[in-house]
Design a protein around this ligand. Structure first.
Ligand code: DC
Length: 227
């Protein structure tokens, strides 16, 4: 029996890495819900709607119907690439400038409502692993398996820094750490579907776990629940 797996948690906890490998091992679809918020943010930035970190909520709401998100499977990464109005935006949405603005766009109720509809649709047939901040609490409150991921902030910062350096970006440890802390704060304190552990979620603190150990832990739970 196919189940729904919701993976939520703080920024740069390795949610996407775990979710992607888990989905691939189970033959499930993987959906990166954060990529959708990032794509909306990128659209707003490119269209001059965010200036010096400030934006007009009414203007953002007004352009929502012009934003079309699609997802195309990329065999090289074994995951779907996010397309914004027909353009593959996988690269630009991961950059620091987008990371710095995305939590502010993610508080807008109308943006969240739009994401809710897309995400619900993508998971309607089960057999999906979706990661984000509100998947187990809001998008799929009846998911059979919910994981809440966390890890020490310095460990998360270093992992994110390594990831960005590997892609050729030059950023400092402090800059990345500040961004993580700010996003965690904003994501956990917003009014609309804030990041919080669902009551029935299993906590996975991966400060001292490698990727294999995390995968094994979640795979065991998933197999028990889908048996
Ligand atoms: O997972 P990520 O770092 O790519 O997510 C980017 C931002 O999007 C994150 O800071 C908060 C927002 N987000 C959200 O509010 N709800 C989700 N389900 C996923 C992401």
């Amino acid at each position: 029996m196919k189940i729904t797996i919701a993976i939520d948690g703080y920024s740069s906890c390795g949610k996407s890495t775990l979710a992607k490998t888990l989905a691939s091992r189970l033959g499930y679809a993987y959906v990166d819900s954060g990529a959708m918020y990032r794509a909306v943010t990128l659209y707003c930035m490119r269209n001059g709607l965010i200036k010096n970190g400030k934006f007009d909520t009414a203007k953002v709401i007004a352009v929502l119907d012009d934003i079309h998100l699609t997802f195309v499977y990329n065999p090289a990464t074994k995951a779907s690439d996010t397309y914004l109005n027909g353009e593959n935006v996988e690269k630009p949405i991961r950059q620091m400038d987008v990371s710095e603005q995305v939590s502010k766009i993610a508080v807008v109720k109308e943006v969240r409502d739009k994401m809710f509809r897309i995400q619900r649709k993508l998971g309607k047939d089960k057999g999906v692993v979706m990661d984000g901040r509100d998947i187990g609490t809001h998008i799929f409150p009846h998911a059979e398996l919910k994981i809440f991921m966390t890890a020490d902030t310095n460990v998360r910062t270093q992992r994110r820094l390594d990831e960005l350096s590997a892609k050729g970006y030059t950023v400092s440890f402090d800059e990345v750490k500040k961004n993580l802390e700010e996003r965690d704060y904003e994501d956990s304190h917003r009014k609309e579907s804030p990041l919080r552990k669902a009551d029935d979620a299993v906590v996975l603190d991966n400060t001292e776990l490698d990727k294999e150990e995390q995968l094994e832990f979640v795979l065991r739970l998933a197999k028990q629940l889908s048996a």
